[in-house]
Ligand binder design. Structure first.
Ligand code: Z57
Length: 810
């Protein structure tokens, strides 16, 4: 590419649209224009992509590989333009052509190859790794269908397939020349070869071809482009006719068709295990293949390669690397193990028991027999090596194979040199409770890396009005270095800046109000408080507690229509796993309460409920800038970190929170006066567990307000619900309220009253909002990945090795 100006950008587009679609620029459809612009953007960064890769090769830099079964980048056009420094130029050029960049950007389908926090974190990390000039790549699965699209029919969640590839994917490059084979099933036994070594011999295996699709991860105005490699399955021609049945062939042929839609809830399905080994084996093979080009001894592998296991789903990386070293390259077990532990590191994302991955031994033996043999040997040696050093019961509790189950977290910890949690509180709980046994054995392996967010996406891209106010007040350095948001603290008492921030918020609320009107038909006023809870629907996140408070407010207003509360719009966004009936019951109930309240004239619009369907990254980008209140109300100890809490804070929302996950660090950052904390602490929750002294029925019996709210789920107050109300009632009363909603209810209502009073004092509210923005900079994933790079991966920024122009090639 030559120098980019408006004129030659227009000319480029004109040429390309003619070549690809045989139309003039003026006649191109939105789709045609989007794909033309996308392919041009890709052409612009391709030189840098190649250069980046060549540089890593030339410098033989140590690289990290982030293995994740989910990536959730959302849309990439604007983010790529921003990072290339082309956003303004392209916006102007398009506007000459009477095209609005934001409308055009909407044409792109969200890349939604993830469920929620874990997948979005992986994509924030990809952005930040490239933007920090770090040699790090992603490795995952190219699902043909991403997370289902959600619709509401009569208030019920209905799932539709996410056909994101229908019009093609402009960002990816298919690389069949880099395909590798992955072996499954069959009978594997050990046989002595001509050199007297025991080697596995396999019969009746199933061999699949893994084809990589690479997507450039463009760094922020630094000329770096890293790679996210996603694998797609194909059946090699030579393998046709080897399947026992059409059904069996189907399982393998459709292996990468769909993402499992369960968040923090493992279901032990066979296809999932096959998916896990598929992307793990393909990824590790291609890494080793690369390493072999360097002509180094195996002992140097850990000097060139770091493999990160994002949650336990990619834990088979450990036995797979062992297999490649031992079976294929004659490395001894002892040396292979030493290398493997140095290469691998692991992040734990949850303490929920139902999310801890375990696989039945029979399934492993059947699907990945060689992996199972190696895991058995790792387990045997682990037990043997610990004998005499630690008590037998501790060894038995921490071993990998227990009874008929393989414990993937145990494998991940034993087979890696680092285990980290995702927020201070979470990491402490891992050490003191959940993984305490392992902490006794490997104290040095445990560390914390508090999550962060891709700040540029959640401020510059999602919230231009706010960004402009920031530029005008504190200058532009915050755009590169988010810690400079701190400078905003100097304007706490500056009426002008506070007023401008409020206007920026109002503008985003108007835009969201318009979107709400269009998509749901509900009219909301931008003068109301926009109170937002956006996250997966899960009992522990307690959307139900939010709803119970709304019901209380509703009853208060029915009793006293003159009640002086500032009007509030309660906004929800949440998908439920299709098999999670309780979560679906809550969705249905929220929708019915919304109908009841929104259509009750006596409420005079003092409260409204809006449940926006199909919450995803793009919708988050609309909602978050418009939020006044951020609901982070999980039961203390259950939310490992949370990341919407950080995004909402960055956009000036005031947080209502329990002391859970990263909320604790947000509290520390802004101070008690600038956050609304309520509820049980993690210690109090654990004290209840230890003393077995929680009785929700007693609270219900003694508290008439709670009784009225809880009864409303079953006494006909809420129209159009049936078993849903009963299920909710039973969870609270009959099954003793697992997540202590009734215990936290009163305190939550008081917190909400504080929000109401504070909002009425606009001067105070604006200042609190400013303090939140000013202190959000520390939650940048740029910082988080730099800590991973230094403490865990031992990789260095490319700038440390080469003198490279710090700009894009325009
Ligand atoms: C997931 O999104 C998270 C944890 C899991 O074990 C699985 Br499976 C999926 C989430 C946590 O619930 C959040 O608290 C956390 O912020 C996020 O992972 C990223 O660490």
């Amino acid at each position: 590419m030559t120098i980019l100006t408006k004129e030659n950008l227009k000319e480029e587009l004109r040429q390309r649209v003619r070549e690809s679609y045989a139309v003039e620029l003026e006649d191109a459809s939105a789709d045609e224009l989007f794909f033309t612009l996308g392919s041009l953007v890709k052409a612009i960064y391709n030189d840098n992509w190649r250069e980046t890769w060549k540089n890593y090769l030339k410098e033989e830099q140590k690289q990290s590989y982030y293995f994740s079964i989910e990536f959730l980048p959302g849309k990439m056009l604007k983010s790529n333009l921003l990072n290339l420094g082309l956003l303004d130029l392209v916006r102007d050029t398009l506007s000459d052509l009477d095209v609005d960049l934001d409308d055009l950007a909407d044409v792109e389908k969200d890349m939604a190859l993830g469920n929620g926090g874990l997948g979005r974190l992986a994509s924030c990390f990809m952005d930040s790794i490239a933007s920090s000039g770090l040699p790090g790549n992603g490795n995952g699965i190219r699902y043909d269908y991403g997370l289902f699209k959600q619709q509401f029919v009569d208030g019920h969640q209905v799932e539709l397939p996410d056909e994101w590839l229908n019009n093609g994917n402009v960002w990816e490059i298919r690389r069949p020349s880099k395909a590798v084979n992955v072996h499954f099933a069959g009978d594997v036994y050990l046989k002595e070869n001509e050199n007297g070594q025991l080697k596995p011999v396999a019969e009746n295996e199933i061999i699949l071809r893994a084809v990589p699709y690479d997507t450039g991860m463009v760094g922020y105005q630094n000329g770096i482009v890293n790679t996210m490699r996603l694998w797609s399955v194909e059946i090699p021609a030579s393998e046709e006719g080897k399947y026992k049945s059409i059904e069996e062939r189907r399982v393998y042929e459709d292996l990468t068709a769909v993402l499992y839609p369960d968040d923090s809830n493992e279901r032990g399905r066979m296809t999932r295990l096959i998916q896990e080994y598929f992307f793990v084996s393909a990824g590790v093979q291609s890494i080793v293949r690369y390493f072999q080009k360097l002509n180094k001894p195996w002992s140097a592998l850990s000097e060139k390669v770091a493999i990160h296991i994002n949650d336990t789903h990619p834990a088979l990386c450990i036995p797979e690397l062992m297999r490649i070293l031992i079976d294929e390259n004659d490395v001894t077990w002892e040396q292979a193990w030493d290398i493997t532990v140095k290469v691998m590191s692991y992040t734990n994302h949850t303490i929920l028991a139902e999310a801890l991955e375990k696989w039945p031994v029979y399934l492993m033996k059947q699907i990945v027999p060689r992996m199972y043999q190696i895991i058995e040997e790792i387990d045997r040696r682990y037990v043997e090596s610990m004998r005499g050093i630690h008590p037998e019961d501790l060894i038995q509790r921490t071993r990998i194979i227990q009874g008929d189950q393989v414990h993937m977290a145990n494998l991940s910890i034993i087979g890696s040199h680092s285990t980290n949690g995702v927020a201070k509180l979470h990491s402490d709980l891992l050490k003191s409770v959940v993984l305490h046994d392992f902490y006794v054995i490997y104290p040095d392996r445990f560390n914390n890396k508090t999550n962060g967010i891709a700040q540029r996406r959640w401020s510059q891209l999602a919230n231009e009005p706010l960004s402009n106010v920031l530029d005008e007040s504190i200058g532009q350095t915050w755009r590169k270095d988010s810690s400079d948001l701190k400078l905003l603290m100097n304007y706490q008492n500056d009426e002008k800046v506070l007023e401008k921030l409020a206007q920026a918020k109002h503008q985003k609320k108007e835009e969201l109000a318009e979107y709400i009107q269009e998509t749901t038909g509900i009219t909301v006023s931008p003068n109301a408080i926009f109170d937002v809870q956006i996250k997966r629907l899960h009992a522990y996140k307690r959307q139900l507690l939010n709803l119970m408070h709304i019901l209380k407010l509703y009853f208060d207003l029915k009793d006293n229509p003159e009640l002086d509360i500032h009007p509030r719009v309660f906004i929800f966004g949440a998908k439920a796993a299709p098999s999670y009936t309780y979560a679906k019951a809550i969705i249905k109930t929220i929708n019915e309460v919304a109908n009841m309240i929104n259509n009750d004239a006596s409420i005079q619009d003092k409260i409204k409920i809006v449940f926006l369907p199909n919450y995803n990254v793009s919708l988050a980008e609309r909602i978050i800038p418009a939020a006044d209140v951020s609901e982070q109300i999980s039961l203390a100890s259950k939310e490992a970190s949370g990341t919407s809490n950080m995004k909402l804070m960055l956009n000036g929302a005031v947080t209502v929170a329990t002391l859970d996950g990263a909320n604790v660090e947000i509290r520390d950052a802004v101070g008690d006066e600038n956050i609304c904390i309520f509820g049980l602490t993690e210690e109090e929750v654990y004290a209840y567990y230890e003393n077995h002294e929680y009785y929700s029925k007693q609270i219900y019996d003694e508290n008439p307000v709670i009784r009225r709210v809880v009864d409303s789920f079953v006494d006909g107050t809420i129209p159009n619900i049936g078993y849903e109300g009963r299920e909710i009632y039973d969870s609270l009363i009959r099954y003793n309220d697992e997540y202590f909603l009734l215990r936290d209810f009163d305190d939550y209502c008081r917190a909400q009253e504080r929000i109401d009073t504070t909002y009425k004092d606009q001067a105070l509210w604006r200042k609190i909002s400013l303090v939140n923005i000013a202190n959000a900079g520390r939650f940048s994933s740029d910082d988080t990945v730099r800590l991973y790079a230094e403490d865990i991966w031992q990789i260095e920024p490319i700038f440390a090795h080469t003198e490279k122009e710090g700009t894009s090639n325009v």
